[in-house]
Each structure stands twice: as structure tokens, then as C-alpha cells.
Design a protein around this ligand. Structure first.
Ligand code: HEC
Length: 254
């Protein structure tokens, strides 16, 4: 049985005021980190909020082929003339998907016309051929088409940036967590709670940092980053709250 030699509540008023201010400062830092995380990562996939895909883009990179491209490349539909297939693929790879969809200047080779002539017999909402594919995957309007037209390629953060970030975070967060952990040990709360939170913070930080690097080779580690990061943040926030309470709750009669 180890009993920690110090209880924060026993400290003099000045020290408790100082510790309270510093705990709040840690809290502000934590909130700023959360804000930075959302701000920094959310725009990778053009959807608001941080998604797993945003993080995958950052730590692993994302490379997806647009469904229209893969369908055309695998020879779907068989009825499509080779020249028209080329025109459609050229358009999808052109970087001018929006501009050229119904570009009048392209005449007969405008994608809108090609799609109407070659696809809508099955891919219209009320099409009678194609086993109902038209209801599931319609290609009637640009709003339908654009959902399937864009390939995505997001490069992960450069190694150099990840090294700098690891260096900054690993050293400062590990030091911070050791301090918070020792402060937590010097509180009145049950041993399981104090030691448990300390352990969670340590493992969370290690898992997060390791995840950053492991995710570069396999995207399956991206959830590890999320789970460890969340564990770390929650264990730290809760530790700070428990330390704050310890400092100002009435002393416990021994
Ligand atoms: C004869 C009917 C028919 C025609 C014509 C046709 N399709 Fe399809 N399409 C299907 C069917 C059935 C499926 C579902 C089975 C499959 O994937 O092959 C499908 C699937 C697809 C998919 C995959 C959808 C998904 O699940 O992501 C895409 C993309 C697609 N078609 C694009 C096109 C385009 C572009 C054209 C015209 C150039 C076209 N199709 C013409 C019947 C058709």
C-alpha cells in the first residue's frame, strides 16, 4: 500500500490559489487544443465537422476513384461506344467536371448529352430496364452525377511536419501529464480513481502518438488515434476537475 505523502488541501492558501490558477490554465490549453483540432482537420473532405475520413486524410492520405470512373474503366455499360467512353473519361479526369458538364461549346460530346443518350435508359428514376438501378443510382441531373464524379486524393501531412509535431507534443504533453498525475495522486479521491485516471492519461497519450506514425502505413490505425486521443483528453479533463475540487472542498476529518 502506498500512501502519497501530500494532500493538496493541506497546502497554504497561496499555494492553493497558485495551483488553482495553473489548473485553469491547463484547462484553457486543453480547450484550445480541441478547437485547434477541429479547425485544423475539418475541411479535408468539404463536410463540416471532423470525420474519420478527415483524420484518415491527415494521417494516412486518401485515394478514392470516383464511381463513374471505375464503372467506365471496367467496361460498363457494354453498349457504350469506345469513342464516347474516352470522351466521358477525359471529362472526368479533366478537372473541369462542373464547367464542362453541359458546356454548349462541346456540342455532341458534352457529357450531359452522352450520359442522357447512353445511361438514362437504365439510370433514370423511372427507367424500366436495369433492374431498378435508376432508382438507386440515378444519373438524370448534375446533382445526381456530381455525387459519383469526383475522385479524391489527399496526401498525408509531410513526414517533416509530423516529426515537428511529435517532438513538440510528446515532450510537452508527457511532462504536463506527469505533473497532473502527481497532483492527482495528492488528492483525497479513492486510489482506484486516481491511479486509474493517471494510467488512462499515460496510455492515451502513448497510443495517440504511436497511432500518428502507425497510421501512415495502415489506415486501420486511425481509430486508435481517435480512441486514444479521446481517452487522453477525458482523463486529463477529469483529473483537472478532481484536483480543483481537492483544493477547495472542506478538509476531511482524518
Ligand atoms: C442496360 C442498363 C444500364 C445502362 C445503359 C447503364 N447502366 Fe450503369 N448500371 C446498371 C446496373 C444494372 C448497375 C448495377 C450493377 C453493376 O454495378 O453493374 C449499374 C451500375 C452503375 C454504376 C455503379 C453504381 C454504384 O453502385 O456505385 C455506375 C457508376 C454506373 N452504372 C454508371 C453508368 C453510366 C455512366 C452509364 C452510361 C455511360 C451507365 N451506367 C449505363 C445498368 C446500366
Amino acid at each position: 500500500m502506498s500512501t502519497f505523502p501530500l494532500r493538496l488541501r493541506e497546502l497554504a492558501l497561496g499555494a492553493r490559489v497558485a495551483l488553482t490558477a495553473l489548473v485553469l490554465a491547463f484547462g484553457i490549453g486543453l480547450a484550445a487544443s480541441a478547437w485547434h483540432l477541429v479547425d485544423h482537420h475539418q475541411n479535408r473532405d468539404e463536410q463540416p465537422g471532423v470525420s474519420l475520413e478527415d483524420l484518415e486524410g491527415a494521417y494516412h492520405g486518401v485515394n478514392t476513384t470516383a464511381p463513374l470512373v471505375s464503372a467506365l474503366e471496367r467496361g460498363h455499360p457494354e453498349s457504350l461506344k469506345a469513342g464516347d467512353r474516352e470522351l466521358l473519361l477525359k471529362w472526368l479526369r479533366s478537372g473541369r467536371i462542373v464547367e464542362d458538364y453541359d458546356n454548349f461549346d462541346l456540342g455532341d460530346s458534352a457529357p450531359e448529352g452522352l450520359l442522357r443518350a447512353n445511361c438514362l435508359s437504365c439510370h433514370a428514376r423511372n427507367a424500366t430496364t436495369g433492374d431498378g438501378i435508376g432508382a438507386r443510382v440515378p444519373l438524370e441531373y448534375f446533382d445526381d452525377v456530381k455525387k459519383l464524379a469526383f475522385s479524391k486524393s489527399v496526401a498525408p501531412v509531410p513526414t517533416r511536419v509530423l516529426v515537428a509535431s511529435t517532438h513538440a507534443h510528446a515532450l510537452s504533453l508527457a511532462a504536463m501529464s506527469i505533473v497532473i498525475g502527481f497532483l492527482l495522486l495528492a488528492t483525497r479521491w479513492p486510489g482506484a480513481l486516481r491511479n486509474g485516471l493517471f494510467a488512462l492519461a499515460g496510455l492515451g497519450l502513448l497510443g495517440d502518438l504511436a497511432g500518428w506514425w502507425l497510421a501512415r502505413s495502415s489506415a486501420s490505425f486511425v481509430p486508435l488515434i481517435v480512441a486514444s486521443g479521446a481517452t487522453y483528453a477525458m482523463a486529463t479533463a477529469l483529473s483537472l476537475a478532481l484536483i480543483g475540487l481537492e483544493l477547495w472542498l472542506p478538509k476531511r476529518p482524518e
